[in-house]
Write a protein that binds this ligand. Structure first.
Ligand code: NCD
Length: 442
């Protein structure tokens, strides 16, 4: 059992309870035992923390630091099983901890695809052994993610799968998608949808627009996404199955989401930090370096603004990283040949803080909400809030000291990021899972 933990004088934000201000937290037996403006001399604690034995209580002086519930990311490619050259259970969960994430959902586009109950159990048991944060598993919608035959969703669910997705590719057959949504409804589970119409995305590698033309790269039009999004919303409406739209990137998708919610469709949506902060102009800077190659692609400034506005309004519910690590060799290929993906866990919070909160586009509490309570609610997870009796999953951030993103310092094996060299603020300096320190900067 972990020792007690006393975090002192942090600036806490808890969107669930509305708490915001200087806070002490006492953790005992892995859960939050007390929260108060100052716990000195209360709950059996001395006036002077130095009077405590460090063997019994870990004291963390957190004045000037932001304290949040541990962040929750429901879109992580841990690459387990089978793709250890890209990421492992150890490196991926250390990267999560370093980013302030205490719970992650790992996705099934692995080798083999997580489409059998034994594989769900294998990943969960590996996580028990090797993970430093809480790992949940999403299984595939179709066998082998081939889009032909439905995976055994009931058995996968009983083995512990929390959600289903063929992420990486869409479920091309609308009838199969409708079946999946119907099963999900009966199982009380959610389908996480990578909505895309492949007839339009084809072999595109970046957003279809002026930049693609200038660089001579094949484009993926916005329509490829919004057609898929609209189809999937219609299917959610028709079946009543819970649909979560992953990584929205276009203004048209935002309007489709608005329509779907107004119609009462059982839908939620997420957006990634990179789509909120970057545009296709980034390709001009990095030219043919595939660090900017991601699916869906970085879009236009007006798309980015629509996404930020939708997040501010609460139309988009959740921020998820789509952490997609790849090896150096893979990302050294030509722009056409390199795989899609950005390594995102370790830059998510600082990127969002620097580009959205500091300039005043988004309130800090809204940012934290979309990274904590909202993903917890969608997956029915405990945590995501600072309340007595809740699991003591906590993160500390330094909002003041600038740092330069250096992928070589990442815990993740994936060094693939277009943020290399950027100056940001909001670095995670400490992460606790059930009161146990799993990350400390420096
Ligand atoms: C994802 C990956 O690498 O698993 N990459 C990404 O750019 N989002 C899968 C995907 O192509 O969606």
């Amino acid at each position: 059992m972990s020792k007690a933990l006393w975090i002192r004088q942090a600036y806490a934000i808890d969107p669930q309870s509305g708490r915001e201000g200087t806070t002490d937290i006492l953790v005992e037996k892995g859960v939050i035992a007390a929260i108060d403006g100052d716990l000195s001399g209360k709950r059996g604690l001395p006036e002077d923390p130095k009077a405590l034995s460090p063997l019994k209580v870990q004291v963390v002086e957190a004045e000037g630091l932001l304290l949040t519930p541990g962040l929750i990311d429901l879109h992580v490619h841990l690459r387990v099983p089978g793709q250890v050259h890209k990421e492992t259970m150890e490196t991926g969960t250390r990267a999560a901890a370093a980013g302030g994430f205490t719970q992650i959902l790992t996705l099934p586009n692995t080798q083999p695809v997580i489409d059998r109950p034994e594989l769900v159990e294998e990943v969960l048991s590996l996580a028990k052994e090797k993970a430093v944060v809480r790992v949940h598993v999403a299984a595939s919608v179709t066998l082998g993610q081939r889009g032909e035959t439905l995976a055994p969703l009931g058995r996968l669910s009983r083995a512990g799968a929390l959600a289903f997705t063929d992420d990486g590719r869409p479920v091309r057959d609308p009838f199969l998608m409708a079946m999946a949504l119907t099963y999900a409804r009966h199982l009380g589970k959610v389908i996480l949808s990578h909505s895309e119409e492949p007839a339009f995305s084809r072999d595109g590698v970046c957003h279809q627009g002026k930049v693609a033309l200038r660089l001579g790269l094949k484009g993926i039009p916005s329509l490829a996404e919004s057609l898929g999004v609209m189809r999937d919303i219609q299917l959610a409406l028709a079946t009543g199955g819970r649909l979560h739209l992953m990584h929205l990137s276009t203004k048209e998708s935002v309007e489709a989401l608005r329509w779907g919610k107004a119609m009462g469709a059982p839908i939620t949506a997420e957006v990634t930090p990179h789509h909120l902060a970057l545009t296709t102009e980034e390709l001009e800077r990095w030219r043919y370096d595939p660090c900017t190659k991601v699916n869906p692609p970085l879009r236009e400034e007006e798309d980015r603004q629509a996404l930020v506005e939708a997040l501010r309004e609460g139309l988009i519910d959740i921020i998820a990283t789509d952490h997609a690590p790849h090896s150096r060799e893979e990302k050294s290929l030509s722009y056409e040949e390199a795989p899609f993906g950005i390594s995102g866990l370790e830059t998510a919070f600082p990127l969002l803080y620097e580009t959205l909160v500091r300039p005043g586009h988004l309130k800090l509490t809204d940012l934290v909400r979309r990274l904590t309570v909202e993903p917890a609610r969608l997956l029915g997870l405990p945590g995501g809030k600072l309340l007595e009796g809740e699991p003591a999953d906590l993160s500390l951030f330094d909002l003041h000291t600038p740092f330069v993103v250096d992928p070589e310092t990442f815990q993740s094996k994936g060094k693939n990021t277009p943020l290399k060299g950027r100056e940001l603020r909001g670095r995670c300096v400490g992460t606790f899972v059930a009161g146990k320190e799993v990350w400390r900067l420096g």
